[in-house]
Write a protein that binds this ligand. Structure first.
Ligand SMILES: [Zn+2]
Ligand SMILES: [Zn+2]
Length: 152
C-alpha cells in the first residue's frame, strides 16, 4: 500500500491517502471551472475510508444536477478545496488532485464536459484517454468502476 500526502495551500489541512494507484479525470463543466477558479478540475475518486484528513475543514453544501447534495470540503483558513462528498454515495469521495504534494503522478484518463472546455485548450490526441462531450450517463457507476479497476 502506498501512502500519499497532500494538503491545502496554507498547510493547516493535511491528509494521507492509502491507495496503490491513483486514477484521475478532468472535468471542464462550468461548476468545476468556478470551483477550481481555473480551466478545469482534476478529480481523484477514492474510498472515503482510504482518506484521512487532519486540520480545520469546513463544508459548503450544494445541490447537484442529479438532484443530490454534495458537501464540498475546504480548508477554513485558506479556502483550498480538498474533496467533495455526495450525500448519495458518501463512501466515495472525490479528492481535488492539485492538493497532492506530488500532483505529477496524476494523468487524467478521461475528460468530462469537453463541450464546455475553454477554447484555447487542446485536448490530448491519445486513444486511451476517454473524451465525453458531457459526462457518462451514470456518473456514479462510472466512478465506481474507476475505483474497482484500480485495485486489480
Ligand atoms: Zn489552508
Ligand atoms: Zn465538473
Amino acid at each position: 500500500m502506498t501512502h500519499r500526502r497532500g494538503g491545502c495551500q496554507c498547510g493547516a489541512v493535511r491528509y494521507e491517502l492509502s491507495v496503490e494507484r491513483l486514477t484521475a479525470y478532468a472535468c471542464h463543466c462550468l461548476e468545476c471551472q468556478k470551483q477550481s477558479a481555473s480551466a478545469f478540475a482534476i478529480s481523484v475518486p477514492v474510498k472515503a475510508d482510504d482518506l484521512v484528513v487532519e486540520g480545520p475543514v469546513a463544508a459548503y453544501e450544494r445541490s447537484t444536477d442529479s438532484g443530490s447534495r454534495t458537501n464540498c470540503w475546504f480548508c477554513s483558513t485558506c479556502g483550498t478545496r480538498i474533496y467533495h462528498q455526495s450525500a448519495r454515495s458518501p463512501q466515495i469521495v472525490t479528492l481535488k488532485g492539485g492538493t497532492l504534494d506530488d500532483p505529477s503522478v496524476l494523468a487524467p484518463i478521461a475528460h468530462l464536459w469537453v463541450s464546455r472546455k475553454q477554447p484555447w485548450l487542446e485536448m490530448p490526441a491519445t486513444p486511451d484517454v476517454e473524451m465525453f462531450e458531457t459526462q457518462p450517463d451514470d456518473l456514479k457507476a462510472w466512478r465506481d468502476r474507476l475505483i474497482a479497476s484500480r485495485s486489480t
